[in-house]
Design a binder for this molecule. Structure first.
Ligand code: ZN
Ligand code: ZN
Length: 338
């Protein structure tokens, strides 16, 4: 007789009947296990939260007073009839894959993940499992990232050239994760200024012990005059705004995986786009899936249809799960599901 699945897919989110909890639910539930602090995964309104010790400060900053419990990477916790453990997802600081084990059968929910180490987030670690639930944000063969060190070199040279021309460099990047990864990776050309939304996250992560270079919040008296040749890191929405124009002569750029798509780059009318993503590229997704030695894969947000078909051709038992993930600021305005 076939056994009940360890995890089921409901209209509130991914559910574990034997443990009576949800993973990254998008509607309010009693007990939520959270992979990471991005708004499409860590939502408001649950009775109880469980996340890594590293992810909780940012989640609390975003959600305010919540009843939350922290867990260490690799630590086991018994919930009802299952055991859960969290493992690094390499996506942003504190991000986790959540493994759920019932009588020796293991399912892993990857959340969002990236396999290339970025020097800031805890490095991705594959978790052997029977069933793997994978994101597929960039699940098309055209998405192949260059090594991070090369892209960071491009950004550093762009900044240096702008500074030499007497211009401020304004770099748009999602304020949680991407902005700090850029800070940790760029070279030293001049002062670094931040938009308030970025600096708030910087402060939280610094207090946790993550190492970031010195930054100064832009504002009264802190601008292009006081900090000539500065790099300004701001949320993408600040590009082209009155806030950005206060820096006088400036070059703007946007750092995102979507910069690999020409049409999106053109519609955003940006001079420069740097391809930097906190999600795995196509080879990265395949590497991660193979490393789990799983026999079954479910794909969630992204190019689910094409990626599921590709996995099936590779011999995997592959399915699609409809979720409400994928509304992070990095995503393009247009739907990407094929
Ligand atoms: Zn995310
Ligand atoms: Zn996501």
């Amino acid at each position: 007789m076939a056994r009940d699945p360890v995890l089921t897919f409901t209209d509130r989110g991914i559910y574990c009947p034997a443990g009576d909890f949800f993973i990254d639910p998008w509607r309010p539930v009693d007990r939520a296990l959270i992979t990471h602090g991005h708004s499409d995964h860590a939502r408001w309104g649950h009775q109880r939260y469980l996340a890594t010790h590293q992810a909780l400060p940012v989640i609390r900053h975003r959600l305010g007073q919540i009843e939350a419990q922290g867990i260490g990477y690799g630590e086991s916790l018994r919930i009802g009839g299952v055991t859960v453990h969290f493992h690094p997802a390499g996506h942003i600081p504190g991000s986790a894959q959540i493994a759920v084990e019932r009588d020796g059968e293991v399912w892993v929910v990857s959340g969002d993940y990236k396999v290339e180490p970025d020097g800031l987030a805890e490095a991705f670690a594959p978790v052997p499992c029977h069933t793997f639930i994978s994101e597929s944000t960039f699940g098309l063969p055209v998405f192949r990232w260059r090594p991070q060190v090369e892209v960071m070199g491009d950004i550093t040279r762009w900044w240096a050239a702008n500074a030499a021309a007497g211009k401020t460099s304004i770099l748009g990047a999602y304020s949680l994760g991407k902005a700090q990864r850029l800070l940790a990776g760029v070279g030293e050309v001049g002062p670094i200024l931040t938009h308030g939304a970025v600096e708030e996250v910087n402060e939280i992560l610094r207090n946790q012990g993550y190492s970031l270079p010195d930054t100064t919040r832009a504002g009264q008296g802190v601008d292009a005059k006081s900090h000539p040749g500065a790099l300004v890191i701001a949320p993408p929405s600040a590009l082209g705004s009155a806030w950005a124009r206060k820096f006088g002569p400036a070059e703007e750029a946007f750092a995102s995986g979507w910069m690999a798509v020409r049409g999106i780059r053109r519609r955003r009318a940006l001079g420069t786009g740097f391809v930097v993503s906190d999600h795995a590229d196509f080879p990265g997704l395949l590497t991660a899936i193979r490393a789990t030695a799983c026999e079954r894969v479910f794909v969630t947000h992204g190019y689910t249809t094409a990626f599921r078909r590709f996995l099936a051709e590779q011999g995997y038992n592959a399915g699609i799960v409809a979720t409400e993930y994928g509304q992070e600021a990095e995503e393009p305005a247009e739907p990407v599901d094929t």
